[in-house]
Design a protein around this ligand. Structure first.
Ligand code: ZN
Length: 318
């Protein structure tokens, strides 16, 4: 019998339940929706979580499609799933947990006696530590972004090669291989010896079918490559960026992009122009270095200094 919160499953079964992480303001118990898919055959454990940021719904779309397709009779090993991680933020479709105004993915490994986000981080980190592999499903929030996978442990980390391998197997085509900020699950779990990646499934308001498809295929690739399911998914060559250049607006107005997501850009290429509302040019911004056009704001209007786009740099293939 394998359990996660109130979900439990014998070998060859799937079980569903809740993982308690405290109470709402009216005293109602908060239980994250969880699933345990316990394979008929023995094997490794995969931990998957979605909606660590409450407005990032593509991961929920992935879980929503993958879990019903997973047949415990055909599975070797166990899949543990937290379907909605940032419970409070998900309720109101916001990025951060409104109870403590914290970004969940800065709170790992969490604290059993800490803030709301730290307690959720603690409870989900305990589940992640039971696994051999971890997938923390994210996206570029509501901005526009490539489908990519992040390796956040840092290139000198002892588990780096295993995390990068996992990213290649997930196979979104692009990898950002750059040490992440403190408190990310994809940093904290490798420190405990668990290879972890942070798939970033595009960016959308609501959710996006194409990015969900990338995620579903990615989870399936991982299940096949690591022996949970029959199949022969092999690591694919990925375009890797090791750094990120961010660009802001030099003046206020309307942004017109000259590059699209995934385009290769060279230093000096115009990335975007800012015009006034009647179309007169106010500013032109060129790439500072060679790279791949990676992410951009969704809304066309900007204030001076406001974020406009990012270019992945130090690009190679892995
Ligand atoms: Zn996120």
């Amino acid at each position: 019998m394998t359990t996660l919160g109130s979900a439990s499953a014998e070998p060859g079964e799937a079980g569903f339940g809740r993982l308690d992480v405290g109470e709402t303001r009216d005293g109602t118990t908060i239980g994250l929706p969880v699933a345990v898919i316990n394979g008929a055959d023995e094997g490794e454990t995969l931990y998957v979580q979605a909606a660590s940021d409450g407005d990032e719904l593509n991961g929920v779309g992935v879980v929503n499609r993958v879990v019903p397709q997973l047949d415990p009779d055909e599975l070797a090993g166990t899949v543990l799933v937290v379907g909605i991680t940032n419970w409070h933020a998900f309720q109101v479709a916001e990025h951060r947990n409104p109870i403590d105004d914290t970004k969940m993915n800065r709170a790992y490994p969490g604290d059993a006696n800490g803030s709301s986000s730290e307690r959720i981080a603690h409870a989900t980190f305990e589940a992640a530590q039971r696994a051999d592999l971890v997938l923390d499903l994210h996206q570029g929030s509501t901005s526009r972004m490539l489908n990519e996978v992040r390796v956040r442990c840092g290139r000198r980390h002892r588990l780096h090669d295993e995390c990068l391998e996992l990213a290649k197997v997930f196979d979104c085509g692009h990898v950002l291989d750059q040490k992440g900020p403190d408190g990310q699950l994809a940093r904290a779990a490798p420190d405990e010896g668990v290879p972890t990646i942070d798939p970033e499934l595009g960016g959308a308001v609501g959710w996006d079918e194409e990015s969900i498809e990338y995620g579903v295929r990615g989870v399936w690739n991982v299940l096949e490559h690591y022996g949970f399911l029959d199949g022969d998914a092999e690591p694919e060559t990925q375009t890797r960026a090791k750094r990120f250049d961010r660009y802001g607006a030099p003046s206020g107005g309307i942004v017109n992009f000259e590059a699209d997501l995934g385009d290769e850009v060279s230093a000096g290429d115009v990335l975007f122009r800012v015009t006034d509302v009647f179309g007169s040019l106010k500013a032109e911004v060129a790439a500072r270095s060679d790279g791949v056009f990676w992410r951009s704001r969704r809304l066309p209007q900007v204030a001076t200094g406001e974020y406009v786009c990012s270019v992945g740099t130090s690009v190679d293939t892995v």
